[in-house]
Design a protein around this ligand. Structure first.
Ligand code: 1HN
Length: 345
């Protein structure tokens, strides 16, 4: 039953003063703010970043701020519900666009939050995750699980840009966020090993001989992902969306953040059910329009936008080629907390 609750103003001033002096406050005036009726009332607003607007700003950061002065040269993409400067794009997901110039390195560190990169442009970039050198190609998803050492480098001759996604807001909220710094890592002589070990779905190196690592696959190359999406699209009439999973366990690739790859056929509109998770969408290729809670975003390759929890989302491919997006979401976190939910629209 929806009952109007008492307000602070209704209470006598002397009582309010006495409560404040005692370090307490009445719950009932604040109750609906923390427990809205029926569904959450997110502060997060649908937000959108046009890559062609970000790119010159990022390149200018390359001129203004040497990487040594930045550690990571990143422009943070803030949720418009919280305002520019907010270090989050949704309640639990941080994103930013990072630039590394030819010859530069970003020093090794490890931290409690987990990170993932989606490579946006440039050739020759790489990241080293726990000693394993991982090349960065356009559209790749590269993971740096919490606690893993990682540094970045660049052997090419053009700027490399990628999108970072981290569960940083959650770790800040939990007062659990910190990093340890170190010089660049020694690279083990087995770059990109997981691409060999997990070359075929359903086959993993025999368990008899070894114990699997907790995060066995840290690079998911885009060419494989796109091929899988195209095959799925040819095989089914339905919406084409595939989960990135840990090949040893079948579960999500990181503890709190999940990733899917989506393909929209030319002219296709998809209307997913309402979900309790929040999402960041990054466009790998193609063009289209998405309407998120009534806000329309016209997107093309390299653009990024968000959907808050329980948002109504319609995606339409307005082009003549397939469109591809990677979705970053927090369903793994919500499932662990036991409240992930889907509702019909
Ligand atoms: C971080 O470690 C990276 O390693 C990028 O590239 C962005 C944002 C906040 C905290 C740590 C990186 C980050 C970050």
């Amino acid at each position: 039953m929806s009952q109007q609750l008492g307000t602070l103003e209704e209470l006598p001033q002397d009582y309010r003063d006495a409560m404040a002096a005692a370090g307490v406050a009445p719950l009932w005036p604040m109750m609906r703010k923390v427990l809205p009726h029926g569904r959450p009332a997110p502060q997060t607003k649908p937000s959108y970043w046009n890559f062609s607007a970000l790119r010159p700003l990022l390149l200018r950061a390359g001129e203004l701020t040497p990487v040594e002065k930045a550690e990571r040269r990143v422009l943070v993409m803030s949720d418009q519900g919280r305002g520019t400067g907010a270090m989050q794009a949704t309640s639990s997901i941080y994103i930013g666009m990072q630039l590394l110039l030819p010859g530069e390195t970003a020093p090794a560190h490890r931290h409690t939050p987990s990170a993932a990169r989606i490579i946006v442009e440039g050739k020759g970039g790489y990241t080293v995750v726990d000693g394993e050198k991982l090349p960065m190609h356009r559209g790749d998803l590269v993971l740096t699980p919490g606690g893993d050492w990682h540094d970045h480098g660049h052997d090419g001759d053009e700027p490399v840009i990628w999108l970072d996604a981290l569960d940083l807001p959650l770790f800040v909220y939990l007062e659990g966020s910190y990093a340890v710094e170190a010089p660049l890592q020694a690279q083990r002589n087995r770059p990109d090993a997981a691409l060999v070990e997990y070359a075929a779905a359903g086959l993993v190196p025999s368990r008899r001989a070894r114990t699997a690592r907790r995060y066995p696959m840290t690079r998911f190359p885009w060419d494989r992902t796109e091929a899988a999406l195209r095959q799925m699209a040819a095989y089914t009439d339905g919406a084409v969306e595939m989960d990135y999973i840990n090949p040893e366990t079948g579960s999500d690739v990181l503890p709190t953040i999940g990733f899917t790859a989506m393909m929209l056929r030319p002219g296709e509109t998809v209307r997913p059910v309402l979900t309790s998770d929040s999402s960041v969408f990054h466009v790998i290729g193609g063009q289209g329009t998405s309407v998120v809670d009534g806000v329309t975003f016209d997107w093309a390759a390299k653009d990024t936008f968000t959907a808050p929890v329980f948002a109504t989302v319609d995606h339409t491919n307005t082009g003549t080629e397939p469109a591809f997006l990677i979705r970053v979401h927090d369903r793994p976190l919500q499932e662990k907390l036991g409240y992930y939910e889907e509702r019909a629209r």
